[in-house]
Design a protein around this ligand. Structure first.
Ligand SMILES: Nc1ncnc2c1ncn2[C@@H]1O[C@H](COP(=O)(O)OP(=O)(O)O)[C@@H](O)[C@H]1O
Ligand SMILES: [Mg+2]
Length: 390
Protein backbone atom coordinates (compact mmCIF):
# COMPACT_ATOMS: atom_id res chain seq x y z
CA UNK A 1 0.00 0.00 0.00
CA UNK A 2 1.07 3.57 -0.45
CA UNK A 3 3.79 5.17 1.62
CA UNK A 4 1.84 8.40 1.67
CA UNK A 5 -1.06 6.81 3.62
CA UNK A 6 1.16 4.75 5.93
CA UNK A 7 -0.36 5.34 9.39
CA UNK A 8 2.65 3.98 11.32
CA UNK A 9 5.34 6.22 12.70
CA UNK A 10 8.60 4.46 13.54
CA UNK A 11 11.18 6.89 14.89
CA UNK A 12 12.28 8.52 18.14
CA UNK A 13 9.61 10.84 19.49
CA UNK A 14 7.28 10.39 16.49
CA UNK A 15 3.67 10.65 17.55
CA UNK A 16 1.84 7.33 17.02
CA UNK A 17 -1.60 7.32 15.37
CA UNK A 18 -2.84 5.47 18.46
CA UNK A 19 -1.18 6.00 21.84
CA UNK A 20 -2.12 2.80 23.66
CA UNK A 21 -1.55 1.39 27.12
CA UNK A 22 -0.68 4.60 28.92
CA UNK A 23 -4.03 5.43 30.51
CA UNK A 24 -2.74 5.21 34.09
CA UNK A 25 -0.03 7.82 33.56
CA UNK A 26 -2.37 10.08 31.61
CA UNK A 27 -4.95 9.84 34.36
CA UNK A 28 -2.46 10.81 37.06
CA UNK A 29 -1.43 13.80 34.99
CA UNK A 30 -5.00 14.90 34.31
CA UNK A 31 -5.88 14.60 37.95
CA UNK A 32 -2.81 16.72 38.77
CA UNK A 33 -4.06 19.46 36.48
CA UNK A 34 -7.53 19.38 37.97
CA UNK A 35 -6.20 19.36 41.52
CA UNK A 36 -3.91 22.29 40.91
CA UNK A 37 -6.63 24.24 39.13
CA UNK A 38 -8.66 23.76 42.30
CA UNK A 39 -5.87 24.89 44.59
CA UNK A 40 -4.86 21.40 45.75
CA UNK A 41 -1.44 19.77 45.75
CA UNK A 42 -0.02 17.50 43.05
CA UNK A 43 1.88 14.24 42.63
CA UNK A 44 5.13 14.75 40.74
CA UNK A 45 5.77 11.85 38.40
CA UNK A 46 8.84 10.01 37.17
CA UNK A 47 8.33 7.98 33.99
CA UNK A 48 11.14 5.59 33.26
CA UNK A 49 11.80 2.73 30.91
CA UNK A 50 13.87 1.28 28.10
CA UNK A 51 14.68 3.06 24.87
CA UNK A 52 11.80 3.03 22.41
CA UNK A 53 9.24 2.21 25.10
CA UNK A 54 7.40 5.49 24.50
CA UNK A 55 8.63 8.00 27.09
CA UNK A 56 9.03 10.94 24.73
CA UNK A 57 5.66 10.58 23.02
CA UNK A 58 3.92 10.17 26.37
CA UNK A 59 5.61 13.31 27.68
CA UNK A 60 4.54 15.19 24.53
CA UNK A 61 1.02 13.97 25.05
CA UNK A 62 1.01 15.23 28.65
CA UNK A 63 2.29 18.54 27.28
CA UNK A 64 -0.57 18.67 24.78
CA UNK A 65 -3.12 18.00 27.51
CA UNK A 66 -1.64 20.86 29.54
CA UNK A 67 -1.69 23.18 26.55
CA UNK A 68 -5.35 22.30 26.01
CA UNK A 69 -5.89 23.41 29.62
CA UNK A 70 -4.16 26.67 28.64
CA UNK A 71 -1.32 26.11 31.05
CA UNK A 72 2.20 27.53 30.66
CA UNK A 73 4.03 24.44 29.39
CA UNK A 74 7.81 24.07 29.59
CA UNK A 75 8.84 20.81 27.92
CA UNK A 76 12.43 20.07 26.95
CA UNK A 77 15.06 17.37 26.73
CA UNK A 78 18.09 17.32 29.02
CA UNK A 79 21.45 17.04 27.40
CA UNK A 80 24.76 16.18 29.05
CA UNK A 81 26.77 19.35 29.59
CA UNK A 82 23.88 21.80 29.28
CA UNK A 83 22.60 23.29 32.53
CA UNK A 84 19.03 23.13 33.70
CA UNK A 85 19.08 26.92 33.98
CA UNK A 86 19.97 27.29 30.31
CA UNK A 87 17.48 24.68 29.12
CA UNK A 88 14.60 26.02 31.17
CA UNK A 89 15.22 29.69 30.47
CA UNK A 90 15.32 29.10 26.72
CA UNK A 91 12.11 27.11 26.82
CA UNK A 92 10.35 29.63 29.03
CA UNK A 93 11.35 32.49 26.84
CA UNK A 94 9.46 30.92 23.94
CA UNK A 95 6.42 30.12 26.06
CA UNK A 96 6.27 33.50 27.75
CA UNK A 97 6.49 35.29 24.45
CA UNK A 98 3.16 33.59 23.65
CA UNK A 99 1.70 34.45 27.05
CA UNK A 100 2.75 38.06 26.70
CA UNK A 101 0.93 38.31 23.37
CA UNK A 102 -2.37 37.48 25.05
CA UNK A 103 -2.70 40.76 26.93
CA UNK A 104 -1.04 40.86 30.30
CA UNK A 105 -1.91 41.44 33.92
CA UNK A 106 0.60 42.87 36.37
CA UNK A 107 1.29 39.40 37.77
CA UNK A 108 2.14 38.12 34.33
CA UNK A 109 4.49 41.04 33.77
CA UNK A 110 6.07 40.32 37.12
CA UNK A 111 6.60 36.67 36.18
CA UNK A 112 7.98 37.72 32.83
CA UNK A 113 10.58 39.91 34.45
CA UNK A 114 11.53 37.22 36.96
CA UNK A 115 11.82 34.65 34.17
CA UNK A 116 14.11 36.94 32.22
CA UNK A 117 16.32 37.43 35.25
CA UNK A 118 16.62 33.63 35.57
CA UNK A 119 18.83 33.48 32.47
CA UNK A 120 22.56 33.16 32.99
CA UNK A 121 23.76 35.27 30.14
CA UNK A 122 21.76 38.47 30.32
CA UNK A 123 22.15 39.52 33.95
CA UNK A 124 19.43 42.01 34.70
CA UNK A 125 16.49 41.85 32.32
CA UNK A 126 16.28 44.25 29.46
CA UNK A 127 13.75 47.03 29.67
CA UNK A 128 12.00 46.15 26.47
CA UNK A 129 11.28 42.53 25.90
CA UNK A 130 8.65 40.99 23.63
CA UNK A 131 7.86 44.64 22.82
CA UNK A 132 6.75 45.22 26.41
CA UNK A 133 8.16 47.89 28.68
CA UNK A 134 9.21 46.14 31.87
CA UNK A 135 11.08 49.06 33.42
CA UNK A 136 8.48 49.79 36.08
CA UNK A 137 7.74 46.13 36.84
CA UNK A 138 9.35 44.84 40.02
CA UNK A 139 9.86 41.11 39.38
CA UNK A 140 12.08 38.95 41.58
CA UNK A 141 15.77 38.34 41.18
CA UNK A 142 16.03 34.73 40.04
CA UNK A 143 19.72 34.94 39.26
CA UNK A 144 21.41 34.85 42.65
CA UNK A 145 23.50 31.83 41.70
CA UNK A 146 21.62 29.59 44.13
CA UNK A 147 19.74 27.46 41.63
CA UNK A 148 17.23 25.96 44.01
CA UNK A 149 16.23 29.36 45.42
CA UNK A 150 16.17 30.91 41.96
CA UNK A 151 13.93 28.13 40.67
CA UNK A 152 11.63 28.62 43.61
CA UNK A 153 11.31 32.38 43.00
CA UNK A 154 10.78 31.78 39.31
CA UNK A 155 8.05 29.19 39.79
CA UNK A 156 6.42 31.21 42.59
CA UNK A 157 6.02 34.21 40.27
CA UNK A 158 4.88 32.07 37.35
CA UNK A 159 2.45 30.30 39.62
CA UNK A 160 1.03 33.63 40.80
CA UNK A 161 0.61 34.67 37.18
CA UNK A 162 -1.60 31.63 36.50
CA UNK A 163 -3.87 32.17 39.51
CA UNK A 164 -6.27 34.51 37.78
CA UNK A 165 -6.91 32.12 34.93
CA UNK A 166 -6.99 29.13 37.29
CA UNK A 167 -4.33 27.38 35.24
CA UNK A 168 -0.77 26.46 36.17
CA UNK A 169 2.76 25.71 35.06
CA UNK A 170 3.67 22.31 33.61
CA UNK A 171 7.29 21.24 33.71
CA UNK A 172 8.11 18.19 31.56
CA UNK A 173 11.73 17.07 31.28
CA UNK A 174 12.81 14.27 28.95
CA UNK A 175 16.09 12.28 29.27
CA UNK A 176 16.28 13.61 32.83
CA UNK A 177 19.05 11.14 33.68
CA UNK A 178 21.34 13.43 31.70
CA UNK A 179 20.91 16.38 34.08
CA UNK A 180 23.81 16.94 36.48
CA UNK A 181 23.46 15.76 40.07
CA UNK A 182 23.34 19.41 41.24
CA UNK A 183 20.56 20.24 38.80
CA UNK A 184 18.54 17.19 39.82
CA UNK A 185 19.01 18.01 43.47
CA UNK A 186 17.83 21.61 42.93
CA UNK A 187 14.89 20.32 40.94
CA UNK A 188 13.82 17.95 43.72
CA UNK A 189 14.11 20.79 46.23
CA UNK A 190 11.87 22.90 44.04
CA UNK A 191 9.31 20.11 43.69
CA UNK A 192 9.38 19.49 47.43
CA UNK A 193 8.77 23.15 48.28
CA UNK A 194 6.19 23.52 45.53
CA UNK A 195 4.09 20.66 46.90
CA UNK A 196 4.32 22.09 50.42
CA UNK A 197 3.42 25.61 49.38
CA UNK A 198 0.71 24.56 46.93
CA UNK A 199 2.40 26.26 44.01
CA UNK A 200 0.53 25.82 40.76
CA UNK A 201 3.15 23.51 39.30
CA UNK A 202 2.86 20.02 37.84
CA UNK A 203 6.02 18.06 37.07
CA UNK A 204 6.88 14.93 35.09
CA UNK A 205 10.40 13.68 34.50
CA UNK A 206 11.14 10.97 31.95
CA UNK A 207 14.27 8.90 31.50
CA UNK A 208 16.07 5.59 31.36
CA UNK A 209 15.78 2.93 34.08
CA UNK A 210 18.80 4.57 35.71
CA UNK A 211 16.75 7.67 36.53
CA UNK A 212 15.18 6.59 39.86
CA UNK A 213 18.62 5.65 41.25
CA UNK A 214 20.24 8.84 39.99
CA UNK A 215 17.46 10.91 41.57
CA UNK A 216 17.78 9.23 44.98
CA UNK A 217 21.51 9.66 44.89
CA UNK A 218 21.16 13.39 44.22
CA UNK A 219 18.56 13.88 46.95
CA UNK A 220 17.83 11.34 49.66
CA UNK A 221 14.11 12.16 49.91
CA UNK A 222 13.57 11.83 46.14
CA UNK A 223 12.44 8.26 46.69
CA UNK A 224 9.37 9.46 48.58
CA UNK A 225 8.86 12.67 46.66
CA UNK A 226 7.92 11.28 43.26
CA UNK A 227 5.41 8.80 42.01
CA UNK A 228 7.52 6.36 39.99
CA UNK A 229 5.87 4.79 36.97
CA UNK A 230 7.81 2.33 34.90
CA UNK A 231 6.70 2.22 31.28
CA UNK A 232 6.28 -1.45 30.48
CA UNK A 233 6.06 -3.17 27.11
CA UNK A 234 2.47 -3.30 25.85
CA UNK A 235 0.43 -6.41 26.64
CA UNK A 236 -0.47 -8.60 23.63
CA UNK A 237 -3.95 -7.08 23.40
CA UNK A 238 -2.60 -3.54 23.69
CA UNK A 239 0.04 -4.37 21.07
CA UNK A 240 -2.71 -5.64 18.78
CA UNK A 241 -4.55 -2.35 19.35
CA UNK A 242 -1.43 -0.39 18.41
CA UNK A 243 -1.42 -2.29 15.10
CA UNK A 244 -5.13 -2.36 14.26
CA UNK A 245 -6.36 1.08 15.37
CA UNK A 246 -4.14 3.11 13.00
CA UNK A 247 -5.04 1.03 9.92
CA UNK A 248 -8.73 0.81 10.80
CA UNK A 249 -8.95 4.56 10.24
CA UNK A 250 -8.24 3.89 6.56
CA UNK A 251 -10.52 0.84 6.36
CA UNK A 252 -7.66 -1.68 6.35
CA UNK A 253 -7.68 -4.86 8.47
CA UNK A 254 -5.21 -7.56 9.52
CA UNK A 255 -5.61 -11.32 9.11
CA UNK A 256 -5.47 -12.95 12.54
CA UNK A 257 -2.31 -14.90 11.78
CA UNK A 258 -0.53 -11.81 10.48
CA UNK A 259 -1.53 -9.78 13.51
CA UNK A 260 -0.38 -12.48 15.94
CA UNK A 261 2.93 -12.80 14.15
CA UNK A 262 3.75 -9.08 14.46
CA UNK A 263 2.54 -8.91 18.07
CA UNK A 264 4.84 -11.82 18.84
CA UNK A 265 7.92 -10.52 17.06
CA UNK A 266 7.59 -7.03 18.59
CA UNK A 267 7.53 -8.28 22.19
CA UNK A 268 5.21 -5.39 23.06
CA UNK A 269 7.87 -2.73 22.39
CA UNK A 270 6.22 0.32 20.84
CA UNK A 271 9.18 1.19 18.62
CA UNK A 272 9.17 -2.31 17.10
CA UNK A 273 5.40 -2.31 16.68
CA UNK A 274 5.68 0.87 14.63
CA UNK A 275 8.61 -0.40 12.56
CA UNK A 276 7.05 -3.81 11.78
CA UNK A 277 3.60 -2.30 11.35
CA UNK A 278 4.98 0.18 8.87
CA UNK A 279 6.82 -2.51 6.90
CA UNK A 280 3.66 -4.66 6.76
CA UNK A 281 1.69 -1.72 5.42
CA UNK A 282 4.23 -1.18 2.66
CA UNK A 283 4.51 -4.89 1.84
CA UNK A 284 0.76 -5.48 1.53
CA UNK A 285 -0.86 -4.94 -1.87
CA UNK A 286 -4.26 -4.38 -0.32
CA UNK A 287 -6.40 -5.06 2.74
CA UNK A 288 -6.29 -7.37 4.63
CA UNK A 289 -2.63 -7.60 5.64
CA UNK A 290 -1.75 -11.31 5.38
CA UNK A 291 0.86 -13.65 6.82
CA UNK A 292 2.53 -13.60 3.40
CA UNK A 293 2.94 -9.81 3.69
CA UNK A 294 4.47 -10.13 7.15
CA UNK A 295 7.18 -12.44 5.83
CA UNK A 296 8.50 -9.78 3.48
CA UNK A 297 7.98 -7.08 6.07
CA UNK A 298 9.85 -8.84 8.86
CA UNK A 299 12.98 -8.99 6.74
CA UNK A 300 12.86 -5.36 5.71
CA UNK A 301 11.90 -4.05 9.15
CA UNK A 302 14.57 -6.07 10.92
CA UNK A 303 17.13 -4.67 8.49
CA UNK A 304 15.83 -1.15 9.14
CA UNK A 305 16.08 -1.65 12.91
CA UNK A 306 19.59 -3.06 12.62
CA UNK A 307 20.72 -0.15 10.47
CA UNK A 308 19.02 2.53 12.56
CA UNK A 309 17.78 1.81 16.06
CA UNK A 310 20.55 -0.65 17.04
CA UNK A 311 23.40 0.46 14.84
CA UNK A 312 23.22 4.09 15.98
CA UNK A 313 24.02 2.89 19.51
CA UNK A 314 26.56 0.27 18.50
CA UNK A 315 28.53 2.78 16.43
CA UNK A 316 28.92 5.15 19.38
CA UNK A 317 31.07 2.83 21.49
CA UNK A 318 34.64 1.59 21.41
CA UNK A 319 35.70 -1.91 20.45
CA UNK A 320 36.47 -2.83 24.07
CA UNK A 321 33.02 -1.62 25.11
CA UNK A 322 31.55 -3.78 22.35
CA UNK A 323 33.38 -6.77 23.80
CA UNK A 324 31.65 -6.05 27.09
CA UNK A 325 28.25 -5.98 25.40
CA UNK A 326 29.05 -9.15 23.45
CA UNK A 327 29.78 -10.85 26.77
CA UNK A 328 26.40 -9.65 28.04
CA UNK A 329 24.60 -10.84 24.90
CA UNK A 330 25.46 -14.42 25.83
CA UNK A 331 22.51 -14.04 28.22
CA UNK A 332 20.35 -12.83 25.32
CA UNK A 333 18.15 -10.02 26.62
CA UNK A 334 17.92 -11.20 30.19
CA UNK A 335 19.91 -9.88 33.12
CA UNK A 336 23.67 -10.57 33.18
CA UNK A 337 25.74 -10.96 36.32
CA UNK A 338 28.86 -8.81 36.33
CA UNK A 339 30.90 -11.71 37.64
CA UNK A 340 29.83 -13.83 34.65
CA UNK A 341 30.80 -11.04 32.28
CA UNK A 342 34.21 -10.82 33.94
CA UNK A 343 34.63 -14.57 33.56
CA UNK A 344 33.65 -14.47 29.90
CA UNK A 345 36.12 -11.65 29.27
CA UNK A 346 38.77 -13.46 31.30
CA UNK A 347 39.18 -10.38 33.45
CA UNK A 348 38.81 -9.10 37.01
CA UNK A 349 35.63 -7.33 38.15
CA UNK A 350 37.53 -4.24 39.28
CA UNK A 351 39.44 -4.01 36.02
CA UNK A 352 36.12 -3.91 34.14
CA UNK A 353 34.37 -1.35 36.30
CA UNK A 354 35.50 1.77 34.36
CA UNK A 355 34.23 0.18 31.16
CA UNK A 356 30.95 -0.71 32.78
CA UNK A 357 30.59 2.79 34.23
CA UNK A 358 31.18 4.35 30.82
CA UNK A 359 28.54 2.14 29.19
CA UNK A 360 26.09 3.12 31.93
CA UNK A 361 26.95 6.79 31.48
CA UNK A 362 26.36 6.46 27.75
CA UNK A 363 22.94 5.05 28.54
CA UNK A 364 23.46 1.64 26.90
CA UNK A 365 23.22 -0.53 29.98
CA UNK A 366 22.00 -0.17 33.55
CA UNK A 367 22.19 -2.07 36.80
CA UNK A 368 18.73 -3.37 37.77
CA UNK A 369 20.34 -4.56 41.04
CA UNK A 370 23.85 -4.60 42.47
CA UNK A 371 26.00 -7.00 40.49
CA UNK A 372 23.45 -7.23 37.67
CA UNK A 373 23.43 -5.56 34.28
CA UNK A 374 20.90 -5.26 31.48
CA UNK A 375 20.58 -3.44 28.16
CA UNK A 376 18.59 -0.19 28.07
CA UNK A 377 17.86 -0.98 24.41
CA UNK A 378 15.28 -3.76 24.12
CA UNK A 379 16.40 -6.79 22.10
CA UNK A 380 19.95 -5.42 21.88
CA UNK A 381 21.23 -8.85 22.90
CA UNK A 382 19.54 -10.47 19.92
CA UNK A 383 20.97 -7.79 17.63
CA UNK A 384 24.50 -8.42 18.92
CA UNK A 385 24.06 -12.14 18.41
CA UNK A 386 23.01 -11.50 14.82
CA UNK A 387 26.26 -9.53 14.30
CA UNK A 388 28.32 -12.30 15.86
CA UNK A 389 26.74 -14.90 13.59
CA UNK A 390 27.53 -12.94 10.42
N1 LIG B 1 1.89 3.99 23.68
C1 LIG B 1 2.28 3.83 22.42
N2 LIG B 1 1.48 3.24 21.50
C2 LIG B 1 1.89 3.10 20.23
N3 LIG B 1 3.07 3.51 19.76
C3 LIG B 1 3.93 4.11 20.61
C4 LIG B 1 3.56 4.29 21.98
N4 LIG B 1 4.58 4.90 22.60
C5 LIG B 1 5.54 5.09 21.67
N5 LIG B 1 5.17 4.62 20.47
C6 LIG B 1 6.01 4.63 19.24
O1 LIG B 1 7.26 4.06 19.63
C7 LIG B 1 8.37 4.77 19.10
C8 LIG B 1 9.29 5.23 20.21
O2 LIG B 1 8.65 6.19 21.04
P1 LIG B 1 9.51 7.21 21.92
O3 LIG B 1 8.55 8.03 22.69
O4 LIG B 1 10.49 7.93 21.07
O5 LIG B 1 10.29 6.22 22.91
P2 LIG B 1 11.37 6.59 24.02
O6 LIG B 1 11.33 8.07 24.23
O7 LIG B 1 10.99 5.81 25.23
O8 LIG B 1 12.69 6.13 23.46
C9 LIG B 1 7.77 5.87 18.23
O9 LIG B 1 7.80 5.42 16.90
C10 LIG B 1 6.35 6.03 18.74
O10 LIG B 1 5.47 6.41 17.71
MG1 LIG C 1 12.85 9.45 24.05
Amino acid sequence: MQRIDNPFSPGAGRKPAALVGRDVQIEIWESNLHRIENGLDFRPMVLYGLRGIGKTVLLSHLGEISTAHEWIVARFEANTGISLRELLSKELENRLADVAKNGVSSKVLNALKTALSFRTDVGLPGVFTFGIDLSSVSGSNANTGDLSGDLYRLITDLSAATEETETGVALLIDEAQDLSADDLSALSELVHRATQDNLRLSVALAGLPTLPGILSKSKSYAERLYEYKELQPLSPSEAADALTTPVAKTGVTWDDAALSKIVEISHGYPYFLQEYGSACWLAAEKSPITIHDTKLAINSATAALDEGFFRSRWDKISESQRDYLRAMAVDNDGVSLSKDIAMRLDSELTALSPRRAELIRKGLIYAPRTGELAFTVPLMGAYIQRQVEE
